[in-house]
Design a protein around this ligand. Structure first.
Ligand code: MLT
Length: 331
C-alpha cells in the first residue's frame, strides 16, 4: 500500500513528464485540420515517413487529423508556445497571425497550380516563411497544394452573383475572404474550420468554399449538393513547425525536417495533379451538381479584385508586394 508520502513524488514525476518540452520527445505531434485522406493528410504522412527515414528511425511523427488537437487557429497558438510540434492548416488561417501571408489569399491572384508553386517557392516563399517565424512563432517547412476553392451549397445552383443573394455562406475567420463575399453582395458567416461540417449539417450555414479534394476528404457531399467553380483562391496549406521546437533540435534533425518538408512538398504537387480530376468525377458520381459561373468568372473577378485588393495592400506589406508577385508570375 502506498502512503501519501510515497505517492507524492510519483505524482510530481508524472506531471513533470506531461509538462516536458515537446523537444525532448522522440515522437512529435502533428495536428492536421482536415480529416484523413486529403492533401493535408498526404503531405503529413509523406513528411512523417521521410523524416523517420532521415533520422534513422530516431524520430517519429504521430498525426492527429480532423481538428482533434483544436481549431487550426488554436494549433498556431500552441505551436508558438512550444506545446505542439507540427501543424498542417490552410494558409488563410495563418493570416490573422501573420498578415503578410495574406498575399497568397488575394482573390484571383494565383491562376494555376504552377503559379501557386512559383509563389510559395523561391524568394517570395522564403520571405513569407521568415515573416511567419517573426509574427506567429511557427516556421513553414512544407506546402500542400490543394487546388482552387470552389463554392458548395445545399440550396440551389449558383451561376450568378444574383443567385448568391440570400445564401448563408461560411468563411474562415479571414478578412480577405470575408471582404471577397462582401464585394459579391453578401455578408458571409466567419466560422472555425473545425465547426464547419456540423454547421453545414445542422443548416446553420448553407454553404462554404474549399477545394474538391477537401470537400471529398471532409465528406461534405453528405450535406452539400451544388458546386460552383468560382476558383477565387488557390488553397495552400502549409506544414508548420513550432519555432521553439525547431530551434531546440540538433542541426542534423533540423536538416531532416527541412529536407523532408521540401520532398513532401514536391510529392504534394504531383498528388494534386494526379488526383483532383478523379475526385471531381467522384463528387459528381455521388450526386453533387457542378457548374461554372455564367459568363466565366468575369463578374466575380472584377468585383473581388477592384474592391478587395486595395483594401489589403497595407496588411500584406504594401502594394509593391502584390506588384512583385505579379512580376514573378509574368504579368
Ligand atoms: C478553411 O476553410 O478554414 C480551411 O481552408 C480548411 C482547411 O484547412 O482545409
Amino acid at each position: 500500500k502506498f502512503s501519501k508520502n510515497v505517492l507524492m513524488p510519483l505524482v510530481t514525476a508524472a506531471s513533470l513528464l506531461v509538462a516536458a518540452p515537446a523537444a525532448l520527445a522522440e515522437t512529435f505531434k502533428m495536428a492536421v485540420g482536415d480529416a484523413a485522406g486529403g492533401t493535408q493528410w498526404e503531405l503529413g504522412t509523406t513528411f512523417a515517413k521521410l523524416f523517420q527515414q532521415k533520422t534513422g528511425g530516431k524520430h517519429k511523427v504521430d498525426l492527429f487529423p480532423n481538428g482533434q488537437l483544436g481549431s487550426e487557429e488554436d494549433t498556431i497558438n500552441n505551436a508558438a508556445m512550444g506545446t505542439l510540434d507540427f501543424s498542417i492548416l490552410a494558409v488563410n488561417n495563418i493570416t490573422p497571425f501573420s498578415p503578410t501571408v495574406g498575399l497568397l489569399t488575394m482573390p484571383y491572384l494565383i491562376q494555376s497550380a504552377d503559379e501557386a508553386k512559383k509563389l510559395t517557392q523561391g524568394e517570395i516563399g522564403k520571405e513569407l516563411t521568415d515573416n511567419t517565424v517573426r509574427d506567429a512563432g511557427v516556421r513553414i517547412v512544407g506546402w500542400a497544394y490543394s487546388g482552387f476553392r470552389v463554392l458548395t451549397n445545399s440550396k440551389r445552383p449558383v451561376k450568378t452573383l444574383e443567385d448568391l443573394k440570400g445564401l448563408v455562406i461560411r468563411v474562415p475567420k479571414n478578412e480577405i475572404m470575408i471582404s471577397s463575399y462582401q464585394a459579391w453582395g453578401i455578408n458571409p458567416t466567419p466560422m472555425s474550420w473545425s465547426e464547419t461540417f456540423t454547421g453545414l449539417q445542422q443548416r446553420v450555414v448553407d454553404g462554404q468554399d474549399n477545394p474538391y479534394i477537401t470537400v471529398s476528404a471532409m465528406k461534405f457531399y453528405e450535406v452539400q449538393k451544388y458546386i460552383t467553380n468560382i476558383r477565387y483562391i488557390f488553397s495552400l496549406e502549409p506544414l508548420v513547425v513550432s519555432e521553439q521546437v525547431f530551434k531546440s533540435q540538433k542541426p542534423e534533425v533540423q536538416k531532416a525536417i527541412l529536407e523532408a518538408g521540401q520532398e513532401a512538398t514536391e510529392h504534394s504537387f504531383k498528388y494534386l495533379l494526379e488526383t483532383e480530376d478523379k475526385i471531381k468525377k467522384d463528387l459528381a458520381a455521388r450526386g453533387m451538381q457542378i457548374t461554372d459561373p455564367a459568363n466565366g468568372e468575369k463578374e466575380w473577378i472584377a468585383k473581388a479584385t477592384t474592391a478587395v485588393w486595395p483594401k489589403f495592400y497595407k496588411s500584406i506589406g504594401g502594394k509593391e508586394k502584390l506588384d512583385r508577385a505579379q512580376k514573378v508570375l509574368g504579368r
